[in-house]
Design a protein around this ligand. Structure first.
Ligand SMILES: NC(=O)C1=CN([C@@H]2O[C@H](COP(=O)(O)OP(=O)(O)OC[C@H]3O[C@@H](n4cnc5c(N)ncnc54)[C@H](OP(=O)(O)O)[C@@H]3O)[C@@H](O)[C@H]2O)C=CC1
Ligand SMILES: O=C([O-])CC(=O)C(=O)O
Length: 260
C-alpha cells in the first residue's frame, strides 16, 4: 500500500517515523503534501519520500490512499480532489463535517467514485456504542467534557480551572477547531452537531488531554473517560489520535470487523 499524507506537522511526522522508519505497517508513505518547503525537504531526505507543494502533482502521484493530517480548511479544500482521483481518504480534521450538507455531498461523492472516507476514532472511544445505541433511534443524550491544560489550549496559565465553552458541538468546533474534532466524531456517530453537548475546560492540574463522554438512551447509560498522553511536539493533539490512524490503516480491508 502506497500512502500519501497531507500535512507536515505532528501527526504526519509521527506516521512517517512509525511507518517508514519503524516498519509498523505493510505499507509505505511515498508522497507528502504541505506548504513548508524547509520542513518538506528535511522529511524528504530523512524518510525517502517525495514532497509536493502543488496539490495536483501530489494527488497524481501513485498513492492508493490519502491521510489528511492538516487543518479543517485544508480538508475542505482538497477532499473532493482526493475522492475524484479515486483514492480512499483517512480524515483527522473531522470538524470539516460540521456542515451536514458538505458531509452528505462528500459521502455521495465517495459512493459514486467507489471510495471510502475513514473517520478514525481519534483521541476518544465509544463510537461503536453510540452507533449501536442509535441503530433504531433510541439514543437520547450525548455529551463530552474536554479538559486540557492551558498550554494544550494555547492559553496563558492560570491557577484555577476555567470553563471556556458550554454549548453544542456545532459552535464548539468554530471556537476550538484544533481541540474538539472529537466532538464532531461523537456528533456523526450519534445525534448530530446541533444536539451533542460540549464543555471545554482549561485545567491547570491536568497533564493529559482528558475527554469524558456521557450518553443516555434506551440502551442504558455510558460514561467513559479517556486520559490521553499529549504528543510531545503538539500538546493539543493526543497520542491516541495518531495511533488511531495506524489502526485504521491496519484494519482496512480486513475480513473480520471488530465492533459495530
Ligand atoms: N480526530 C481527532 O481525534 C483529532 C484530530 N486532530 C486534528 O488533526 C489535524 C492534524 O493534527 P496535528 O498533526 O497535531 O497538527 P499540526 O498543527 O502539528 O500540523 C498541521 C499541519 O497542517 C499544515 N497546514 C496548515 N495549513 C496548511 C495549508 N493551507 N496548506 C498545507 N498545509 C497546511 C501545517 O503546516 P505549517 O507547519 O506550514 O503550518 C502542519 O504541517 C488537526 O486538524 C487537528 O486538529 C488532532 C487531534 C485529535
Ligand atoms: O487530541 C485530542 O485530545 C483532541 C483534539 O485535539 C481534537 O479533537 O481536535
Amino acid at each position: 500500500m502506497k500512502i500519501g499524507v497531507i500535512g507536515t506537522g505532528n501527526i504526519a511526522q509521527y506516521l512517517l517515523e512509525s511507518i517508514n522508519a519503524g516498519g509498523k505497517l505493510e505499507g509505505e508513505i511515498t508522497s507528502l503534501f504541505g506548504r513548508n518547503q524547509e520542513v518538506g525537504s528535511r522529511l524528504e531526505t530523512k524518510y525517502g519520500i517525495k514532497f509536493y507543494t502543488d496539490f495536483q502533482e501530489f494527488i497524481n502521484s501513485p498513492v492508493d490512499i490519502v491521510i489528511e493530517a492538516a487543518t479543517i480548511e485544508v480538508a475542505i479544500q482538497h477532499m473532493e480532489d482526493v475522492l475524484r482521483s479515486n483514492k480512499d481518504l483517512i480524515l483527522s480534521s473531522i470538524g470539516v463535517f460540521k456542515d451536514v450538507k458538505f458531509f452528505r455531498e462528500m459521502s455521495d461523492l465517495a459512493r459514486v467514485c467507489g471510495q471510502h472516507i475513514y473517520l478514525p476514532s481519534g483521541a476518544i472511544g465509544g463510537l461503536d456504542l453510540l452507533q449501536s445505541a442509535n441503530s433504531i433511534g433510541g439514543l437520547k443524550e450525548v455529551g463530552i467534557t474536554t479538559r486540557k491544560s492551558y498550554e494544550s489550549l494555547g492559553l496563558e496559565l492560570k491557577n484555577e480551572e476555567e470553563c471556556l465553552f458550554d454549548g453544542m458541538a456545532l459552535n464548539a468546533i468554530e471556537k476550538f477547531p484544533k481541540n474538539v474534532n472529537v466532538a464532531l466524531l461523537l456528533s456523526i456517530a450519534g445525534l448530530g452537531a446541533d444536539q451533542t453537548k460540549v464543555r471545554v475546560i482549561a485545567d491547570p492540574l491536568v497533564k493529559r488531554n482528558t475527554h469524558t463522554i456521557e450518553a443516555i438512551g434506551d440502551f442504558g447509560k455510558m460514561s467513559l473517560t479517556i486520559e490521553n498522553e499529549p504528543m510531545p511536539n503538539n500538546p493539543k493533539t493526543s497520542y491516541l489520535a495518531a495511533l488511531s490512524i495506524l489502526s485504521t490503516l491496519r484494519n482496512k480491508g480486513n475480513s473480520v470487523i471488530v465492533g459495530s
